[in-house]
Design a protein around this ligand. Structure first.
Ligand SMILES: Nc1nc2c(c(=O)[nH]1)N[C@H]1C(S)=C(S)[C@@H](COP(=O)(O)O)O[C@H]1N2
Ligand SMILES: [Mo]
Length: 196
């Protein structure tokens, strides 16, 4: 058994942020269509403000130590899905794969089809953030991001990029895909940071 991390939001007395309603289903949402990734061709690249850029293939990524995270999902379109168990690679493990420059304050997470999303370094390295490989004990399906998706439990779900391909470390903030199409730059569901 690996470590079990409980996202702090799951310990709130009221787990439903304002304007959200609970669904038992798991809707599929993305810009464009579902990506079908050939795992043998999948690459994960750490770039930007790092001493030396690093790329991992599927085998190397899958052999990294894993954590389990228990969290809730809040989509900006209004649905919330509680009680999710994710298994994958903690962002704290990623931190040890490269030497990150002290100038780095932000990340841009990159995904297939040029999807991007931006986070502060502290949101990215929060203890409950992981690159998920499994959901509720089962390998992710293509529509939910197979082989690997980011999960940022404490922000709206658009930050949880499916089909991730890497992380770029940056000194200055830059807006990602949804953030440049009207969504909030940060997206805290408890403050209803939906649009900007
Ligand atoms: N690559 C990629 N990841 C993405 C998106 C996208 O358009 N492309 N959309 C985001 C949005 S808006 C949401 S609500 C969630 C939906 O994830 P799900 O389909 O697993 O529910 O994925 C996020 N991750
Ligand atoms: Mo979304």
């Amino acid at each position: 058994m690996n470590d079990m991390i409980e996202s702090p939001d799951t310990k709130k007395k009221n787990r439903i942020p304002p304007g959200q309603r609970v669904t038992e289903k798991w809707p599929v949402l993305q810009y464009g269509s579902v990506c079908h990734i050939d795992p043998e061709k999948w690459r994960f690249t750490l770039s930007g403000l790092v001493e030396k850029e690093r790329t991992l293939g599927i085998e190397e990524f899958m052999s990294l130590p894993r954590v389990t995270v228990y969290s809730d999902i809040h989509c900006v379109t209004g649905w919330s899905k509680l009680d999710n168990v994710w298994e994958g690679v903690s962002t704290s493990i990623i931190k040890n794969l490269v030497t990150i420059s002290p100038e780095a304050q932000y990340v841009m997470v990159h995904a297939e089809n040029r999807f991007t999303t931006n986070l502060t370094l502290s949101d990215f390295f929060a203890e409950d953030v992981l690159f998920a490989i499994k959901h509720n004990g089962k390998e992710l399906t293509p529509d939910h991001g197979y082989p690997v998706r980011l999960v940022v439990p404490r922000l709206y779900f658009w930050k949880s990029a499916k089909w991730v391909t890497g992380v770029e470390f940056m000194a200055e903030d830059k807006r990602g895909f949804w953030e440049s199409h009207g969504y909030h730059n940060r997206g805290d569901p408890w403050m209803e940071e939906r649009y900007s």
